[in-house]
Ligand binder design. Structure first.
Ligand code: 48H
Length: 257
């Protein structure tokens, strides 16, 4: 078979451009493709919402690939096990109430199911700002991660969504941008980012789900960022809370669209 490099190039440029154009306006835009962001994307897509996720890195999965300290197994509690089962991620009870799964199977399945359910993922793009109208946020301002890494002065572009999800993990980057640019008017007890607390797995896992909510009009927080924004302990390599948080944020937003 004859192959023409120009046709290969055209195929990539045209299909990518169409994909990106199609998602300039969505129901929900998610920043961060860790377990919480992927899980949110899956449940939103399953609820027939138009959902797009932006991930800074080459690969989605965030901190899940490395399990605990690069031992690539993850642990979830009984509630988290239900979500593993919904996704078809194989798991075993280690001791009563502690379920273990392979980190690679977990990440690849979350990503595959989210995409096959209809979520559109753009990797290698970083959320560097938010768009605002009056008193709510309405979109993400994006740039190529390579531009960010090379520290080049290249202006970004904007996508719009009815709701934004902050799922950038420990650094809660989107919340920091909103706090910095829009003042300390977050829906937290201090009006600003409260901050993550030291390790306490049991309390941290519960807090993640409770802290999964709207933190600024138009913007919800999920995953580790929820404990950073509203305050709560870290929990180490137990990932059930991330999955439950992703599911909860999807349900909260789906009700409002
Ligand atoms: C685009 C961005 C940007 C940006 C970051 O860190 P994550 O895995 O986050 P969660 O909340 O899904 O899961 C947290 C979990 O991995 C973890 O760290 C746990 C359980 N820790 C407990 C403990 O005690 O340490 O994923 C966030 C993703 C990453 O892939 C980033 O690359 C991406 O977000 N990201 N993407 N634009 N500005 N910032």
């Amino acid at each position: 078979m004859k192959l023409d490099e120009i046709i290969i190039t055209e195929a990539i440029i045209e299909t990518f451009t169409k994909k990106f154009r199609d998602y300039l306006s969505s129901d929900v835009a998610i920043a961060g493709g860790g377990p919480a962001g992927l899980c949110a994307a899956y449940y939103l897509a399953k609820a027939k919402k138009k959902v797009v996720l932006f991930e800074r890195k080459l690969s989605v999965g965030g901190g899940m690939w490395g399990g605990g300290m690069m031992f690539n197994s993850i642990v979830v509690c009984s509630e988290g096990k239900k979500i593993l089962d919904e996704f078809g991620i194989r798991n075993k009870e280690y001791k009563k109430g502690y379920y273990v799964a392979d980190a690679i199977e977990a990440v690849t399945t979350l990503a595959s199911k989210a995409v096959k359910a209809g979520a559109q993922v753009f990797n290698l793009m970083s959320v560097e700002d938010v768009e605002m109208r009056k008193d709510r946020v309405t979109g993400f301002v994006l740039n190529w991660s390579s531009v960010e890494l090379a520290n080049l002065h290249v202006d970004p572009m904007t996508i719009r969504a009815k709701f934004l999800v902050e799922a950038t993990g420990h650094p809660c980057e989107v919340a920091k941008i909103i706090q910095r640019k829009l003042g300390t008017r977050l829906k937290t007890r201090t009006g600003g980012i409260v901050g993550e607390e030291p390790m306490w797995a049991e309390v941290g896992e519960r807090a993640i789900v409770k802290n999964t909510k709207e933190f600024y009009p138009g913007a919800y927080v999920a995953g580790m960022a929820a404990n950073a924004v509203f305050g709560g302990p870290r929990m180490g390599p137990i990932f059930g809370g991330m999955l439950l948080s992703g599911k909860k944020v999807a349900q909260l937003i789906a009700k409002r669209i």
